[in-house]
Design a protein around this ligand. Structure first.
Ligand SMILES: Cc1cc2nc3c(=O)[nH]c(=O)nc-3n(C[C@H](O)[C@H](O)[C@H](O)COP(=O)(O)OP(=O)(O)OC[C@H]3O[C@@H](n4cnc5c(N)ncnc54)[C@H](O)[C@@H]3O)c2cc1C
Length: 579
């Protein structure tokens, strides 16, 4: 990558701020900059907005937010700070975390006042390590309000869809409340009405659109950001990746060169360039360098996230903050699906199955290695620890087929009684006895039998003496409240039995560019590179790779997107947020 010296007449386009990447980080930065009076251009490598954010659950972790307080959930920023300090410890990102906690609620209110980006309280949603001082049980997570994609008109097609595994009937999005209504549709009139209304809306949508337009979760977030950008006439250039910087003699970033279908476009960016290209997930060199070994074989990040921001910035002398002592990624176990069109898909086992009663996870020795109900991130960390002594890639989720009919497993929905399609596709393995099951999946049968016998004794007593399944608030939150004595433990005793392989993958990267709390990218000497900002997963995570609770990456992407734009607009964020 060559830096160029360009004269004033060489530019094809001029703007104040060039934002590279139209995910939640980049679109927030662009929107805020436009509100603050800057002329802004967004360049996006793909032909749609949204990046990984479009396929996400859309939750933001914002302790002390107004939306939760108004809904009756009290929280204290001091407690949240204590929690992060205990979880992460003092390190280079301590100051980032301080401003994050301080500015977070104000940023969400700012967006609500000035744009169509609006959020709701999530209510009860425990932090992922409630056994650490300062952890919260409710109120820290917020979700985007559902969004009506129809208001985008033809540009609805510019919003990246969720993964097929997260849609019903071939294109209908469902949020958590919708799932409860759909599964309990015959339990109450309210449930039935809600379930019927979303299905009817979906069927009507399909007369005009390729998928449902009632957007929830991450799709609602990116739909709202895109709509707000359009209302402010901020141009988004599609299929126009940033390919090169234009640097001044002093190393300052003066602008960038975009690779478009019409050739290279030189864009002058008077106030700077914001890198928000989503991190290095699909850059094999970076994966090898930063991730644990064996490197996770799968990634849920958008395919266009190839580490371009990091590669470009490194060529401009930027430092990569690889000292993420809690790890280089935000992990989740995934199972590998076979879609109807024959392609491979990935299903993230985030919250729906692992904590439920009657499921254990084992390694190749047939041994449990984790409290199955921990967060997706902690589950994968345990896979890596177990893999040091016994093959745990994949790990196997083991349950009765009755469990699947009741709770679902991975991409197999609850109420599925006929598994033949999934067995044929190799997605799930079924056998009448544990011995035969173990043989089919090459797991030690004696180890498996022994693990199940121990687990079943714990299930009857209601106490998991080995791993404490059911001890954490998060376990019980995702367990089955109707089941006792422990909502996360039930014996696995009657065949047929089922096994599903899960592999480590990341939902986002935590290693990224070294920045100051204003998102200015730092060089090897810790000095800001003039004209260069980073946010989203291009910026080294403020959580140092730890995973405190729901919304650990989108919260910082939005808050630091705001801070980058404020700084570029000449408002030092420390002066504008009311405390
Ligand atoms: C299933 C799932 C659920 C998740 N749920 C949550 C959640 O609830 N809460 C949470 O906090 N996090 C969640 N995440 C993680 C979250 O989605 C990501 O961390 C987040 O989207 C990162 O935002 P970003 O803006 O940095 O990157 P992205 O959203 O990935 O956007 C980056 C954009 O940059 C573009 N780009 C790449 N290269 C270039 C280039 N050279 N020039 C221009 N553009 C470029 C990409 O095409 C993409 O559009 C989830 C992820 C998954 C997969």
């Amino acid at each position: 990558m060559m830096a160029e010296t360009i004269t004033a007449t060489d530019w094809d386009m001029e703007t104040d701020l060039l934002v590279a990447g139209a995910g939640p980080g980049g679109m927030t930065a662009a929107l805020v900059a436009a509100i603050e009076g800057l002329d802004v251009v967004v360049c996006e490598k793909a032909s749609q907005v949204g990046g990984t954010g479009a396929t996400s659950a859309g939750t933001l972790w914002i302790p002390g937010n107004t939306q939760s307080r108004d809904a009756g959930f009290e929280d204290s920023p001091e407690e949240a700070a204590m929690y992060l300090d205990s979880l992460i410890g003092e390190d280079r990102t301590s100051e980032h975390r301080r401003v994050y906690l301080r500015d977070g609620p104000g940023v969400i209110d700012y967006l609500a006042e000035n744009t169509d980006v609006r959020f709701l309280a999530c209510g009860m949603h425990p932090d992922y390590r409630n056994n650490i001082a300062g952890a919260g049980m409710a109120g820290r997570a917020i979700i985007p309000e559902n969004f009506d994609g129809r208001v985008l008109g033809r540009d609805f097609a510019r919003v990246r869809p969720p993964i097929p595994e997260f849609m019903l009937l071939g294109g209908m999005m469902v949020g958590k409340i919708d799932i409860v209504s759909l599964l309990g549709r015959y339990q109450s009139l309210a449930n039935f009405k809600h379930a019927a209304s979303i299905v009817l809306r979906y069927l009507t949508d399909r007369l005009r659109f390729r998928r449902g337009t009632r957007l929830v979760m991450g799709n609602a977030l990116v739909g709202r950001l895109y709509y707000s950008l359009k209302k402010r006439n901020v141009p988004v250039l599609f299929d126009a990746p940033i390919g090169e910087f234009v640097l001044g003699d002093d190393g300052a970033v003066l602008g960038a060169i975009l690779d478009t279908a019409d050739g290279k476009k030189r864009v002058r960016a008077r106030k700077g360039v914001v890198l928000a290209t989503g991190g290095f997930a699909h850059n094999p060199k970076h994966r090898e360098a930063f991730m644990p070994h064996p490197t996770p074989p799968y990634s849920l990040a958008a395919g266009s996230n190839e580490g371009d921001g990091l590669v470009l910035a490194e060529a401009a002398n930027a430092a990569i903050d690889s000292d993420r002592h809690h790890g280089a990624g935000f992990w989740t176990p995934v199972s590998v699906t076979r879609r109807d069109d024959g392609t491979e898909g990935l299903f993230p086992h985030l919250a729906m199955d692992r904590a439920k009663p009657g499921l254990i996870a084992v390694n190749a020795e047939g041994r449990r290695f984790v409290n199955e109900g921990v967060s997706y991130h902690d589950f994968v960390e345990a896979m890596y620890r177990s893999h040091e002594t016994a093959d745990t890639m994949p790990a196997w989720l083991i349950c009765e087929t009755r469990f699947i009919a009741k709770y679902g497993l991975g991409a197999i929905h609850p109420e599925t009684r006929n598994l033949s399609k999934h067995i044929k596709a190799g997605y799930v393995t079924v056998a009448d006895s544990l011995d035969v099951l173990a043989g089919k999946i090459s797991v030690d049968p004696a180890g498996l039998q022994d693990s199940i016998s121990r687990h079943n004794r714990f299930a009857v007593a209601g106490v998991d003496e080995d791993f404490g399944k059911g001890d954490l608030e998060l376990n019980r939150f995702n367990g089955d409240p109707a089941h006792g004595p422990n909502p996360c433990l039930a014996p696995i005793e009657a065949g047929p039995f089922a096994a599903m392989a899960v592999w480590p993958a990341e939902i986002g990267c935590s290693v990224g560019l070294s920045t100051d709390p204003d998102c200015r990218v730092l060089d090897g000497a810790n000095e800001p590179i003039a004209g260069l900002y980073a946010c989203g997963n291009d910026m080294g995570s403020v959580m140092s790779g730890a995973y405190p609770g729901p919304g650990t990456t989108l919260g910082p992407a939005v808050v630091f997107g705001w801070r980058a734009a404020m700084h570029a607009a000449g408002h030092h964020p420390d002066e504008v947020v009311t405390e």
